[in-house]
Write a protein that binds this ligand. Structure first.
Ligand SMILES: Nc1ncnc2c1ncn2[C@@H]1O[C@H](COP(=O)(O)OP(=O)(O)O)[C@@H](O)[C@H]1O
Ligand SMILES: [Mg+2]
Length: 343
């Protein structure tokens, strides 16, 4: 059976006044049906570009797909026409963004916005959906995302709702087509901690109710531990390590993942500190140096690291790491590897 989603060597660039910005430099990742994958990594590493590319949300000319494939149920989304892609976006894959205020229409009551989603979906499937059906379905969706007194809420505007409730409305809209894949880009970042937990609970319950697979993008390792089964760690436009949650938390292999975890488990860490575990700055996207993007900040850099992008070294089909430390003949066994492999 094909994977639900399979990204292979995905390369995406933007044209900027300064030159070609290589945002994705060969992303590999897979998602099984019914599974939850977290994509983590510090700001600017390419998480959002990955998600938007899967949805093909960049208008023609805005982004360049330079190579690789995005196979969804075995079919490469990069080969589909814009019309075919609209069907995928409508009924197969939905997305929830960090800031619902920018994706909800401030001038339309939220109930009407959900109904529009339901009606649009009905017409796509050439089903006759009356406004009354759509209204009932909208009420049901609002209830499904845990909004009390949905009758009253239907008539309210986004600014009448709290941040957490707006995010619930966004999720209701995303779920209105019963998608097979829900992509949530930092869905809880703008929310306070208790509301974050509620939204995560909601996403988990949606998943166990239907067969929706989830990709959650986050820079919060707490969110990862709470919701994900698989993790892809991104750095500098590539996935540097992927595996199960246990692999990444207890047996991380990439030096960047070591730094990431060390910063998470530091006890006096200020709350909501952004994820910059390792000194230094992210790599340049324009004319990047050849070699591993992390080489400049890595404590274990070897001569080979500057020579070429490391390939993925894999252990089974679900576990892989892009680091020359795992290349053939590498003499070094770093202290961290020992430390974590016995954890
Ligand atoms: N439309 C764009 N034009 C030029 N560069 C972009 C554009 N969108 C994203 N980038 C660049 O691509 C890199 C990855 O961005 P993004 O995926 O948004 O990071 P994040 O991991 O924080 O979500 C960033 O350096 C960003 O500046
Ligand atoms: Mg982002």
């Amino acid at each position: 059976m094909p994977k639900l989603l399979e990204l292979e060597d995905l390369r995406v660039s933007f044209h900027t006044y300064a030159g070609e910005a290589q945002a994705l430099r060969g992303v590999n990742l897979t998602l099984d049906a019914g599974d939850t994958l977290a994509i983590v990594g510090e700001s600017g590493c390419g998480k959002t570009v990955t998600a938007q590319s899967v949805m093909r949300l960049y208008p023609k000319g805005a982004a360049d797909y330079k190579g690789g494939s995005i196979r969804y149920k075995g079919e490469d989304l990069l080969t589909l026409s814009e019309r075919q892609m609209r069907r995928i976006r409508g009924r197969e894959i939905s997305m929830v963004f960090q800031d619902p205020m920018t994706s909800l229409n401030p001038t339309v009551p939220v109930g009407k916005q959900i109904m529009e989603g339901v009606l649009k979906n009905g017409s796509r499937e050439s089903k006759r959906v009356t406004r009354r059906d759509a209204r009932l379905r909208a009420l049901e969706l609002l209830e499904g995302v845990g909004i009390a007194d949905p009758e009253t809420r239907m008539g309210q505007y986004p600014h009448n709702l709290s941040g957490g409730m707006r995010q619930r409305v966004m999720i209701a809209i995303a779920m209105s087509c019963s998608p097979d894949l829900l992509i949530a880009d930092e869905p809880t970042t703008a929310l306070d901690v208790t509301v974050q937990a509620q939204i995560l609970e909601l996403m988990k319950s949606l998943q166990s109710r239907g067969n929706t697979s989830i990709i959650v993008i986050t820079h919060n390792m707490g969110v990862v531990a709470n919701i994900a089964r698989k993790v892809a760690v991104m750095y500098g436009g590539v996935v540097v390590e992927r595996g199960t949650v246990e692999d990444i938390f207890f047996r991380p292999r990439h030096p960047y993942a070591w730094g990431l975890l060390r910063s998470v488990f530091r006890l006096n860490k200020p709350k909501d500190e952004p994820l910059t575990p390792i000194d230094g700055t992210p790599p340049e996207l324009i004319d990047p140096l050849p070699g591993c993007p992390f080489a400049e900040r890595c404590a274990y850099t070897m001569r080979v690291c500057a020579s070429g992008m490391p390939p993925e070294f894999a252990w089974g089909e679900a576990r892989a790491c892009r680091c020359w430390l795992y290349g053939p003949g590498c003499p070094v066994i770093p202290a961290e590897w020992e430390e974590y492999s016995h954890a």
